[in-house]
Design a protein around this ligand. Structure first.
Ligand code: GDD
Ligand code: MN
Length: 378
């Protein structure tokens, strides 16, 4: 069970926005056992002079929406449920629906399982008003905060690793955000660029920080509580989604996508060499072995590129069509390279090494442009 402290002292001195200016957006997936407790805590800890409305965005397959409607009758604040029949984007997709639907100046996003203490809501808003920030993050990783409710060393390590990775990939956008994995934050509606968001899974704060780019960010410490009832809905699948989400955020610009293409291409040497060793070991002639092993590298590259770089552009063609075109380009690249080097050496008098390097760069750029235009565009 969670413990809650009273709303922050000294709050009376802070200018609070107009009544009804705060919407609490709560994503729920089968949380019927937590709803009453959560609404009770909200009623208890959000002062009457800062009336809020609660908007549940629900993807449940159980009776959560009915439980919410019943519990709402005992809640002094307006409570609404937006139930999605066809959920897309998981938790993040649900939150974005809530951000779009909320009409208030401030939106606070919090979990439905009581891990995020509602007693912090007034402080989040007050801090935003005081510092003029567009985004106020409740952080477990600044003085006064803790991750008490993150059960087990394994989850702590994963959370730390994910935070480190995100901060390494987005040093500028996440500057001043110690806990980009937090699911508890307040954001001004004017900051949210709803149409530019492509949420994927749990890390909606990361999505907002990177794509909506709030100019000023503040943080407030908080203690991550234990879940009140039930279990976390996060699975190993969510971990893969997070990596895809990171890749999607990072490769939004063409230059970054080209670098990603190059890195994936370089990683293809590993299956290529392993395949070559295995096939020559089986007694195959090395030329034939090289041709076959190269296809292994092509398949490896195709899978990674599909998953990490062009995920949102796959709909134009069937998978076998894309694979066929991709393999054709990759093999054309190999076939073209030798004559190109010969041309550069014989006709333009270049040294063999320089010619090889130039040919590699040229065929790489051609292959990237070709992949974009011929495989992933209609
Ligand atoms: N609508 C909707 N759709 N809600 C969802 C979905 C979904 O697909 N998946 C989860 N939720 C809801 C849950 O019902 C809960 O209210 C909230 O989102 C958080 O889900 P949990 O499954 O309890 O998440 P967690 O405790 O493992 O992770 C939380 O803490 C992490 C930090 O360690 C979340 O706040 C994460 O965003 C956060 O990174
Ligand atoms: Mn939780």
């Amino acid at each position: 069970m969670s413990e809650y402290t009273a709303p922050v002292p000294g709050l009376d001195a802070v200018e609070i926005p107009e009544p009804g200016a705060v919407t609490l957006v709560v994503p729920t997936f089968n949380e019927s056992a937590n709803i009453r407790q959560l609404l009770h805590h909200i009623t208890e800890s959000v002062p009457e002079r800062m009336p809020c409305e609660v908007l549940f965005v629900d993807d449940s397959t159980d009776d959560t929406p009915e439980v919410i409607r019943e519990a709402a009758e005992d809640c002094p604040y307006p409570v609404a449920v937006l139930h999605r029949e066809e959920p897309v984007g998981g938790l993040g997709g649900a939150v974005v629906e809530g951000l779009k639907a909320a009409g208030s100046e401030w939106i606070v996003v919090m979990d439905g399982d009581c891990q995020h203490p509602p007693s912090l809501v007034p402080e989040l808003i007050a801090t935003g008003e005081r510092t003029n920030a567009g985004l106020v993050v409740a952080s477990r990783y600044i003085a006064g905060g803790s991750r008490a409710g993150l059960a087990g060393g394994y989850r702590v390590a994963v959370s730390r690793g994910a935070t480190w990775l995100a901060k390494a990939l987005f040093p500028r956008r996440l500057h001043g955000i110690s806990d980009p994995m937090s699911g508890f934050f307040a954001i001004r509606r004017s900051v949210v660029t709803a149409d530019a968001l492509k949420p994927l899974g749990y890390k909606i704060l990361l999505e907002l920080a990177v794509r909506s780019r709030p100019r000023q960010v503040a943080e407030v410490p908080f203690v991550f509580q234990d879940r009140y009832a039930g279990e976390s809905k996060s699975t190993a699948r969510e971990g893969f989604r997070f990596l895809r989400h990171l890749a999607g955020l990072r490769t939004a610009s063409p230059v970054a996508r080209m670098i990603g293409f190059g890195l994936i291409g370089a990683s293809g040497f590993v299956p290529n060499l392993v395949g070559l060793a295995a096939l020559t070991g089986l007694g195959l002639h090395y030329v034939l072995a090289e041709i076959l092993a190269n296809q292994l590298g092509v398949a490896w590259n195709f899978l990674l590129i599909e998953q990490l770089l062009f995920r949102d552009r796959r709909a134009h063609r069937r998978w076998w069509d894309r694979l066929g075109r991709f393999a054709l380009l990759a093999n054309a690249d190999l076939v073209l390279r030798i004559p190109l080097i010969a041309l550069l050496v014989d006709r333009f008098g270049m040294g063999a090494l320089a010619a090889t390097a130039l040919a590699l760069v040229m065929t790489f750029v051609l292959r990237f442009a070709g992949t974009e235009a011929l495989v992933y565009l209609p």
